[in-house]
Structures are given as structure tokens and as C-alpha cells.
Design a protein around this ligand. Sequence first.
Ligand SMILES: [Mn+2]
Length: 307
Amino acid sequence: MNRRYPPVSLIGAPTDIGAGDRGALLGPDALRIAGLGAALAARGVDVADRGNLTGPRNPWQPPIDGYRHLPEVVAWNRAVMEAVGAELREGRLPILLGGDHCLGIGSITAVARHCRDTGKRLRVLWLDAHADFNTHDVTPSGNIHGMPVACLCGIGPDALTHLGGDAPALSPAQVRQVGIRSVDEGEKRLVKEHGLDVYDMRYIDEVGMKRTMEEALAGVDADTHLHVSFDVDFLDPSIAPGVGTTVPGGPNYREAQLVMEMIADSGRLGSLDIVELNPTLDTRNRTALLAVDLVESLFGKSTLMRD
Ligand SMILES: [Mn+2]
């Protein structure tokens, strides 16, 4: 048994309700087929697959008042929040298999509640090509997968900002974003106004991934619950083509491995989202296989014995 990690629960949320392309609803099964559960078990992690949540189908409608599919997004996020919260209360480490990134609202709302209930400090690492800090008045698309960080910070429709009752679930000071390279015009102003801590690709190019991650993890201590929200579009599209919103110039294979290994070294991983994997855009499931490879590193796999 791997005693560094609590027992893990896989929670599938097969929906693309907040995305601009169809297909992320196949993400949970693509990750299972790529061997996620077996890879964790091989690391000695006690892992249980809770199966898939259910929710409304995607009606594929245009936005209303700047939001696409808001009632359906709320329903899916409520289901995610309840499932993630239940696993945390049992002392387990939930891994949300998305689904698109709008589901981070439900997942992190549950994590934030759990941290308040248990007196833990929360740090959220948002690994993404995008800041996901849009609002209904600046969004170019109305797709809610571009809004979860804003919603978690209390900016958005009440049904999402108050999903867990209290709002906001998070303060921007609890978030570190890594890998960012595409921020919409209006979103740029909001990111600056709210003082979001963003390590964009230019910063990573200038100082390197090692120092970036040291800074992003600074202050994480024994009382910290670390939540990792891993949008697969974080990765460079040359290694991870299976996402709807690819942006060139992302972290390469070694940089991504280093990110995961440094998070593992912190010893504080408490919950994880893997989102935006779109198998309809992938080649022979390679992006899912890469995600599994990276999750193994996140759970302590390394080339040499380092302890
Ligand atoms: Mn995202």
C-alpha cells in the first residue's frame, strides 16, 4: 500500500455542457480505457471507481443573457459538488474525470467547503492554457467552461456563485494559474482587477518551470489542502491533440512531468480534476494515455528513488 496517499475515488462526469465543442462527455471512459485506475493501483494507491454521474443532456443551444445551457450547467455542477463532497467527508481523495472545465465550479466548491469545515488552508493550482475568468458580459462565446474561476471567486450568476450556499467559494489569493497563454480582451482587465496570480507561458519561458512551480507552491504546508485542476489544454497540442481548445506554445512533455513531480513532492495533493479531454479529436487515445502518465507522476512515480 502507498501510505503517502489517502484512498482515491474516481468520479466520472460525462458531459460537454459548458464547452464549445462536443465530445468531452467521452472523457471519463477514455481515461478509464487508458488505464487510469490500474495505473494508480500499481502505485499502491487504494482506488475505487464510483462510476459516472448523470445529468441533463446537451441541448446545444445559443447563449441566453451571455450563458449557454446555464440550468444544465447548474445541475451537473450540483451533482459533482455532492459527489466530491461525499468522498472528502470519508477521508478520500476525489479525482473528477470530466467532462468540460465548467465542472471545476462544483468540484472546487465542495473542496472549499471541506477546507472550511476541517480548518485546512486551500491552495488551488489551475493548470490551463486559459484563465477561465470570463463573465457573461465579456465572454465572446457564452460557454461556461471559460468562466469557472470567476464563478468560484464570486463573479457570475447566483446559481453558480452560491452553489454551496456561501459565496464566494474562493478568494483569488488562493489560486495560482500555470501555463496560461490565451486570455480574452475583457477577461484580461478582470484578471488584473482581481489580482489573480498568473504564471503565463512568457513567465515560464523567462524563469523556467522549476522556479515557476516553486513560487506557485510557496507557502503550501502541512495544513494545506492542495487542489489541482488539470485542464488537458494546459499541455502543448503537439503532445496533447485531444482537446477542443488547443493553443500552441504550451508546456512540453518534460515540463509537464516536472510540474506533476513537484506537486507530488509537496505531499499535499488532496483532490484533482482532469477535464477537457475530447477523445473525438484525439489520435488512438494518446492524449488520455499521456494524462494517465502525468497522473502517475502526480502520485509519486519518479525515475529514481528520491526519498
Ligand atoms: Mn480550462
